[in-house]
Design a protein around this ligand. Structure first.
Ligand code: ARG
Length: 457
């Protein structure tokens, strides 16, 4: 039993297996800095209401700063009985400054303490991830700008559909990631509320100034209900759900790169591929497969932790300690994935010839229909006429763009000599000039908008 585990109420010792089962120091030590910052603010807050003297505040703050330094320098020791980061830091503080250390926890509970630490940690991680998102979006958009002239096949149902710009395709993956960055930004003000001063559940008996605590710790405000304060883990759920969605988007990107790699349209840099232990010719896109795979476990964590919260009674219950491992792992996974995805993008090489090879004139069948639309024929008719041309080319075993004017006119007399202009991928792409379309100006606009957005992160 540690500082609280074997308090005055307890006679017997704790089963060693229980100690191992119960501890969280092995993972919550990651919040050491937030825990100490929270304690320094709390020492000042109880000083402000006169529970401890100014000298005692000074002693506590200096002691806590010493503990902080020991963590920074890596000299702090984790001892048996240090159940969690809160007990460890208080134990060490008391070793350094003596019995005054025992005054720090006046009116405070580990319940409001851990809620505070976890929120501080989460908000910091979210702000950090926003920077990584900004890097990915910026590097990705600049890369798209560089490759603006390359065309490729666009697919629906994995069937060749219409020609598009390579950059338009890449921007189609950066766009959901832009929304993810917006979403992540939206989570921060809700997470950045201070629960400290809620006590164990009922509130603080010494009237600490919670607004002061919030300000000291850089929170945007204070949580409104003490019972909710100690058991609210919505901010963890929101982050986990967010990461599952963001990694789902990364997963889709990875799959698209893998497919284009198979078609030899995109070469993946050696830095993100591996060989086979048996087959010498292999270059496997492992980085992309892992990027594709991460979303599965990520979603599992989000669903799993939400299930942990389901049916919990008010207020704090130890179940809540289960928030940290998924939260920490999620942050690590997100940071790794963003770094790898950025690296993959800036080093991958499109092969314009191979990408062009994936284009075929049938992908201009819609343009052929549109040609007649521009001559006043209703689209429903032109769709049918163009379909007949596709069938004729198939029957004749020729490419649709080699059908003669006579053959076309036999299908519909309104075809004229200028129909040959249809068979140009660049023209087809440039016709898609509405907002969000694949023409050059539109894609460049998308790129500039994302570059501007990334600067706001
Ligand atoms: N290690 C605990 C957690 O992570 C801290 C809170 C413990 N509170 C308690 N009353 N046992 O949730």
């Amino acid at each position: 039993g540690g500082l609280f585990g074997a308090g005055g109420r307890f006679k017997g010792g704790t089963d060693p297996i229980m100690e191992k089962f119960n501890e969280s120091i092995s993972f919550d030590k990651r919040m050491w800095a937030q825990d100490i910052r929270g304690s320094i603010a709390y020492a000042k807050a109880i000083g402000k209401v006169g529970i401890i003297s100014d000298e005692e505040v000074k002693l506590l703050v200096e002691g806590l700063e010493q503990v902080y330094k020991e963590w920074e320098e890596g000299t702090i020791e984790i001892k048996p009985g240090d159940e969690d980061i809160h007990t460890l830091n208080e134990r060490r503080l008391t070793e350094i400054i003596g019995p005054t250390g025992g005054k720090l926890h006046t009116g405070r509970s580990r319940n409001d303490q851990v809620a505070t630490d976890t929120r501080l940690w989460t908000v910091e991680a979210e702000r950090d991830i926003l920077k990584d998102m900004a890097t990915l979006l910026t590097e990705g958009a600049l890369y798209a700008k560089q490759h603006i002239d390359i065309l490729m096949a666009g697919y629906t149902h994995l069937q060749p559909a219409q020609p598009i710009r390579f950059s338009h395709w890449l921007m189609s993956h950066l766009t959901p990631l832009m929304r993810d960055a917006q979403r992540l930004k939206d989570l921060i003000p809700r997470a950045n509320q201070c629960p400290l001063g809620s006590g164990a559940l009922a509130g603080n008996a010494f009237g600490v100034d919670r607004t002061f605590l919030a300000k000291e710790l850089g929170f945007d405000g204070v949580t409104p209900n003490s019972l909710d304060s100690v058991c609210d883990r919505d901010f963890v759920v929101e982050f986990l759900m967010w990461h599952a969605l963001m990694l789902t988007h990364i997963s889709q990107f990875a799959e698209d790169v893998i497919i284009n790699n198979l078609l030899k349209g995109i070469d993946i840099d050696d830095a993100y591929a591996t060989g086979s232990s048996l087959m010498p010719q292999k270059k496997n896109p492992d980085a992309l497969e892992l990027l594709r795979g991460k979303a599965g476990i990520a979603l599992g964590k989000a669903v799993g932790f939400t299930a942990t919260l389901k049916g919990l009674p008010r207020a704090y219950n130890k179940d809540l300690q289960e928030d940290k491992v998924p939260l920490f792992e999620a942050v690590d996974t997100v940071k790794d994935c963003l770094a790898i995805a950025t690296g993959v993008i800036v080093t991958m090489k499109p092969n314009p010839e191979m990408l062009k090879k994936a284009l075929s004139p049938e992908m201009l069948a819609t343009d052929l229909a549109d040609y007649l639309v521009r001559k006043g024929v209703p689209f429903r008719e032109t769709h049918h006429i163009s379909g007949a041309c596709v069938r004729l080319a198939e029957e004749q075993k020729v490419s649709i763009d080699t059908l003669t004017l006579e053959q076309l006119q036999a299908i519909d007399s309104r075809f004229e000599a200028d129909v040959t202009k249809v068979w140009d991928y660049e023209v087809s792409v440039e016709r898609k000039s509405s907002i969000g379309g694949t023409c050059k100006a539109s894609v460049l606009k998308q790129i500039d908008d994302i570059l501007d957005f990334a600067k706001t992160l």
